[in-house]
Design a protein around this ligand. Structure first.
Ligand code: ZN
Length: 345
C-alpha cells in the first residue's frame, strides 16, 4: 500500500448515490455557507455531521471553553481540549480540519449579541441553533426574520429534544410559537442533566433538514413544517403545526425586532452552572503580563486563547478581548468586583 494516495474523489460517493442529494446536490452543499451558533452538544453534532457531508463553509460561533463535564455529549472535543480549557470554537475548528480539509471552517470565540450579530452572521445563508438559551434564540429569530434567512431551532435537555425549521415569509417563526420564553423549558442541562442520545437525535434531524434546505431550497416539499418534539426515555412524541405564521406575531407579523435592538438586555448575563459572564469589549488583555501580576493572588495559567485564574472559591476564565466567565457565584456584584480587582475596572 505504500505510496498509494487515497482517492479523495470518492469522498462523498455514498452520499451522491442517495437520490435526494445526487451530484448536483453535492455541488450545492460544497457552495453552501452555514453558521452554527453555539458549539456545545447540539452544535458539535451538527458541525460534525455537516462537515463530513461536505458543507463548503461552516462558521462556528461559541463563547465558552471545553470542560470535563462536556465530554459525555459534546462529540467534537477530547480530554486534551478540556485540560487546556480550549475555547470550543477553536477546538471545533481543529477537529473539523482533521476530518475534512476540503471545506472552510471558521471559529469565532464570541458571545452572539445585538452589537455583533450582523458581523458574525453576515454572508451565512442558513443559521443553525446550537445554543442553550432563549435569549440568543430570540436574537437569531429577529435577525433571520428581518433578513429573510432560514434557520433551524434545536434544543435538547434530559431525554427530550425539540426542533423547528423557520422559513421566513412562509412558516411560523420562533416568536409565533413561543411569544415569550417558554416557562417549561427553563430547565437546563445543569439542573436536569442530558442524554447524549437525545442530543444526537435532534442534531441528526436538524442536519437532515439542513441538507434538504441546501439541496432543494426553502420550497423543498420534503422540508418539515412542524415543531417536532420527542422524549427518548418515555417514548412520547408530538408534532405541532407550524406551516403558517401566527397573525399579529411581534417578529414576523409586526416586524418589531426588540431583541435585535438589544432592549432589556443586561450588560452582564448569567450563563447557568453557578457562573456569571462579564462582557467587556475594547479591553484587549496581555495574558503574559496579567499572568505575572496575578501570581501573588492565586493559581494562574494561560495559553494563546484563555487565561484561567483560581482564587478560592472562584475561578475566572478570561478571553483575549476582555470577556470573562466567573465561576463560583451567581451574584453579579461579586463577579463585577472580582473583575475590577484582578483585571481592571
Ligand atoms: Zn412569527
Amino acid at each position: 500500500m505504500e505510496g498509494a494516495a487515497p482517492d479523495w474523489t470518492d469522498r462523498y460517493s455514498r452520499q451522491v448515490l442517495f437520490r435526494g442529494i445526487g451530484a448536483e446536490g453535492q455541488k450545492k452543499l460544497q457552495a453552501a455557507r452555514v453558521a452554527i451558533v453555539g458549539c456545545g452538544a447540539t452544535g458539535s453534532a451538527l458541525a460534525g455531521l455537516l462537515a463530513r457531508a461536505g458543507v463548503g463553509t461552516l462558521r462556528i460561533i461559541d463563547r465558552d471553553y471545553v470542560e470535563p463535564s462536556n465530554l459525555q455529549r459534546q462529540s467534537l472535543f477530547d480530554e486534551e481540549d478540556a485540560e487546556e480549557s480550549l475555547p470550543k470554537a477553536i477546538a471545533a475548528v481543529r477537529k473539523i480540519e482533521d476530518l475534512n480539509s476540503s471545506i472552510q471552517v471558521e471559529g469565532k470565540v464570541e458571545d452572539l449579541v445585538p452589537a455583533n450579530i450582523e458581523a458574525l452572521l453576515e454572508g451565512s445563508k442558513l443559521i443553525l441553533d446550537g445554543t442553550d438559551n432563549f435569549e440568543t434564540r430570540y436574537l437569531i429569530n429577529d435577525y433571520a426574520v428581518k433578513r429573510s434567512v432560514p434557520w433551524v431551532y434545536s434544543a435538547a435537555v434530559g431525554s427530550y429534544g425539540v426542533t423547528l425549521n423557520i422559513l421566513p415569509g412562509q412558516t411560523a417563526c420562533l416568536s409565533c410559537i413561543f411569544p415569550d420564553s417558554p416557562r417549561g423549558m427553563v430547565e437546563t442541562c445543569e439542573t436536569s442533566g442530558i442524554l447524549n442520545s437525545a442530543v444526537n437525535l435532534v442534531a441528526s434531524i436538524a442536519a437532515t433538514e439542513t441538507l434538504k434546505l441546501v439541496v432543494g431550497g426553502t420550497q423543498a416539499p420534503a422540508l418539515r413544517r412542524t415543531l417536532l418534539s420527542f422524549d427518548l426515555w418515555t417514548n412520547d412524541r408530538a408534532e405541532i403545526a407550524a406551516a403558517k405564521p401566527r397573525p399579529g406575531c411581534r417578529a414576523c407579523g409586526e416586524r418589531d425586532f426588540i431583541h435585535l435592538a438589544g432592549e432589556g438586555r443586561p450588560h452582564i448575563t448569567l450563563c447557568g452552572r453557578n457562573s456569571v459572564q462579564i462582557h467587556e469589549r475594547q479591553r484587549p488583555i496581555d495574558f503574559a503580563e496579567l499572568d505575572r501580576r496575578l501570581h501573588a493572588h492565586g493559581r494562574v495559567r494561560h495559553n494563546d486563547y484563555v487565561l484561567k485564574f483560581w482564587r478560592d472559591p472562584y475561578e475566572m476564565t478570561l478571553f483575549p478581548d476582555g470577556r470573562a466567565i466567573i465561576k463560583g457565584t451567581t451574584d453579579i456584584a461579586v463577579a463585577r468586583s472580582l473583575y475590577a480587582r484582578y483585571v481592571g475596572s
